[in-house]
Design a protein around this ligand. Structure first.
Ligand code: GTP
Ligand code: MG
Length: 339
């Protein structure tokens, strides 16, 4: 395999991007909810316990939500939200600043140039890419390939893999690493895998990633959540609980987005499809998680099985790329172009 295909495209020089990363981290020192005037330790603990861990989460909450989850009075809740809103710098950035941020973007390659090109050169940092498609369409294989190839971003780049379906295979990682000409042992060492046993566990694991970065100093460049929706789908059955499910999923996506944004890392999530029996034309499948997941994903790719064992990827939603389609295939060494 060509060395080129597994190299991560870097837009600015390495030194430059390291320096920028450092500056960005310093800029983002957050005010915590403990710093809110009028919030005592007990209230702060209560808020933290139910997931209001930062000012933003309070600022965008509704009073009813705070009342319901913490048992505080309506007036207190309203006041808290108002304080959180006024203490937040609501982060308007100039177009120029945003452009500079875009320069920090790194792209992780899949092994298929066509698939990378569909996304403008690979899976971007600072973004969430969602792949949805039927069983065996290649979602998990793409996750494995990215976990290997992300390690060409930096020598110490780490991939975090949240495995909800017990489909992570170290043997597969070694095969792909070997195909990419990387040190198999080293690649395995730099992938941190956690098995998530239910949706709460899955959410907790995502929250703990910040510790890996802050406390353990790991240079996390990729988070894979495979599958994003399987536990949620299995646990919340029936319409009555759909709103709860969507609220939790929303929170989960929000945490992932924040990590992507704050630490300039790439998030890859997989999603199943369900049959849409009332659909007579077009593709009778639809992604799980509805508009919550669709909305929170920066890029969405629909995967399906093509002719002669190929896979077809269709870009559905993308901020600055045209919709498009490409094919690739999966072999022993990973994700490959069809030609
Ligand atoms: P679900 O998780 O069941 O929804 O499917 P998925 O979309 O995650 O599918 P996955 O990525 O696991 O793709 C499985 C397919 O990849 C298999 O059916 C094979 O076609 C292909 N595959 C996996 N490993 C290998 C391999 O070592 N060699 C070859 N040739 N193909 C492989
Ligand atoms: Mg899978």
């Amino acid at each position: 395999m060509e060395q080129e295909a597994i190299e991560i495209q870097e837009i600015s020089s390495k030194e430059d991007s390291k320096r920028k990363r450092k500056v960005a981290k310093e800029e983002k020192k957050e005010i915590t909810i403990y710093d809110l005037p009028g919030v005592g330790a007990a209230t702060a603990e209560k808020l933290m316990a139910v997931g209001f861990t930062d000012l933003m989460s309070i600022a965008v909450a509704s009073p009813a939500e705070l009342v319901e989850t913490t048992g505080m009075g309506d007036a207190v809740a309203k006041k808290l939200i108002a304080i959180a809103r006024s203490s937040l710098e609501m982060g308007f950035e100039s177009g120029e600043e945003l452009l500079r941020r875009r320069e920090r973007v790194i792209r992780i390659q899949t092994g298929s140039k066509a698939l990378d090109a569909l996304l403008g050169g690979g899976f971007e940092t600072g973004a969430i890419v969602e792949c949805f498609g039927e069983f065996g369409s290649g979602k998990t294989q793409i996750g494995h390939a990215l976990a290997v190839n992300c390690q060409s971003v930096d020598k110490d780049a780490v991939a975090v893999y949240i495995d909800t379906e017990n489909t992570f295979r170290p043997e597969r990682i070694m095969q792909i690493a070997k195909g990419a000409g990387l040190d198999e042992e080293q690649v395995l060492k730099n992938i941190k895998v956690a098995r998530a046993y239910n949706s709460d566990h899955q959410m907790l694991l995502a929250e703990k990633i910040e510790d890996l970065i802050k406390k353990q100093g790991l240079n996390v460049k990729l988070i894979v959540v495979d599958s994003l929706t399987a536990h949620f789908r299995a646990e919340f059955i029936g319409r009555g609980t759909l709103a709860d499910r969507q609220q939790k999923l929303n929170k989960h996506m929000h945490i992932l987005m924040k990590l992507a944004d704050m630490y300039n890392l790439s998030v890859y999530v997989t999603n199943q499809v369900m049959a849409k029996p009332d659909m007579f034309f077009g593709d009778p499948t639809q992604a799980i998680g509805g508009h919550i997941v669709a909305h929170a994903s920066t890029f969405r790719i629909y995967l399906r099985k093509g002719k002669k064992g190929t896979r077809v990827a269709k870009l559905i939603d993308a901020p600055n790329m045209p919709e498009g389609e490409c094919s690739f295939y999966v072999d022993e060494t990973g994700i490959k172009d069809t030609e």
